[in-house]
Design a protein around this ligand. Structure first.
Ligand code: TXA
Ligand code: MG
Length: 355
């Protein structure tokens, strides 16, 4: 299969985009049950008709994703939420009013309209209204419901640029819509409304305190930051090694000077045993390292940049063929909770604490 890469200006309005020839073509591909990769504000998604079980199956096949890992249904207006969600509690409506369109996914009991292939066999459905005009226009043109996991091959870091999608899925899907680099760079926050207290299953740009400001008490799932947790994750996707570059990553946590010292010392040992060493750090510490590939994520205080760069730095490490990666850690508050969640998932159990 030939994969067409089509540039679409994300600054056009939804109305303008809905009469764009290429988007109309993309929607006709989705309506035929095929796949189109589309930009969103978080990461690129691999879109398909969410109401078609055959189309959902194609997503799993293209990504090499286990079929028990459910997909998020993307919508463009509230009426469509009511069609896939059996009960939308008042609190969820308030969150939607505040943060949709935006980087927030909410989980509800599903209606019969949603096939089990889309929900990975679950009776619940994840719903999100993305804050990206190209995605919104494509959803509207395609009938209102697009299932879209991140457009990476299962296990790899999520794509934050169209060329990342190309690297992973070229030849496997008919079309990629390219609107440049995404704004946020980490996947949406997932909040489960089928629990008595709304529960965050995956941290993202919408933080716990941003949600609590609107709806009061919100739980953070025990399995969310996975290192010490034995809880079985409720979002099935969170149980897999994830977001990871090819080389094993070790995250070193603790006081900044001690972290630099320890990374330099383990990097030296690895280097002497013939390994090509990568270090992921911050702007502030960039010049203090000795290693083959040293890539900063951004300034320690600038979480937005760190979030935006994390996955593309993982991919850069792959391109540079490092054998091992050592990474600094970031404060796990606010957006830092999402950053550390992704870093620790990539690291699996490889965490060193120093002080
Ligand atoms: O920002 C995002 O959410 C991106 C963009 C493309 O919208 N999408 C995304 O999808 O990250 P994906 O498939 O890579 O991750 C979806 C996560 C998985 O961990 C999955 O297990 C969880 O959502 N999930 C989906 N439906 C669920 C459900 N009914 N109950 C619990 N977890 C669910
Ligand atoms: Mg994903």
């Amino acid at each position: 299969m030939i994969t067409e890469l089509i540039k679409i200006d994300p600054n056009d309005s939804v109305e303008e985009l809905m009469s764009n020839y290429n988007l109309i073509k993309a929607a006709s591909i989705i309506k035929k049950g095929e796949l189109v990769a589309m930009p969103t504000e978080t990461v690129y998604g691999l879109g398909a008709d969410a109401l078609s079980s055959q189309a959902a199956k194609k997503i799993y096949r293209a990504k090499g994703r286990p079929s028990d890992n459910p997909l998020i249904v993307h919508v463009a207006d509230m009426e469509h939420v009511e069609m896939v969600a059996a009960d939308v509690p008042e609190a969820a409506r308030r969150l939607a009013k505040e943060y949709w369109p935006g980087p927030l996914t909410m989980i509800f009991n599903k209606t019969d309209l949603v096939p089990y292939e889309t929900t990975g066999g679950l009776d619940t459905v994840a719903v999100r209204m993305p804050n990206h005009n190209v995605a919104l226009a494509l959803i509207k043109l395609s009938g209102g419901f697009i299932a879209a996991p991140s457009a990476n091959v299962s296990g790899k870091p999520s794509p934050t640029e169209a060329r990342h999608v190309q690297e992973d899925l070229n030849g496997r899907i008919p079309m990629i819509l390219d609107s440049g680099a995404v704004g946020i760079g980490l996947e949406s926050t997932i909040i489960d409304f089928t629990e008595e207290t709304p529960t965050i299953l995956r941290p993202g740009y919408i933080t716990k305190s941003m949600a609590e400001k609107i709806i009061g008490n919100v739980c953070a799932d025990g399995a969310m930051i996975a290192i010490d947790s034995r809880d079985k994750p409720k979002a099935p996707g969170m149980k897999y090694r994830h977001y990871a570059p090819k080389a094993p990553i070790t995250v070193v946590m603790g006081d900044s000077d001690a972290v630099v010292d320890r990374i330099n010392s383990i990097a030296d040992t690895a280097s002497k045993s013939g390994k090509k060493v990568g270090v992921i750090c911050s702007e502030e510490t960039l010049l203090t390292y000795y290693a083959d590939e040293i890539i900063p994520l951004g300034s320690k205080g600038d979480e937005l940049s760190v979030a935006k760069n994390l996955f593309s730095v993982f991919r850069k490490m792959d391109e540079r063929n490092v054998d091992v990666i050592y990474s600094e850690s970031f404060k796990p508050e606010g957006l830092g909770a999402a950053i550390m969640n992704r870093l620790l998932k990539a690291a699996g159990q490889n965490v060193i604490r120093v002080n």
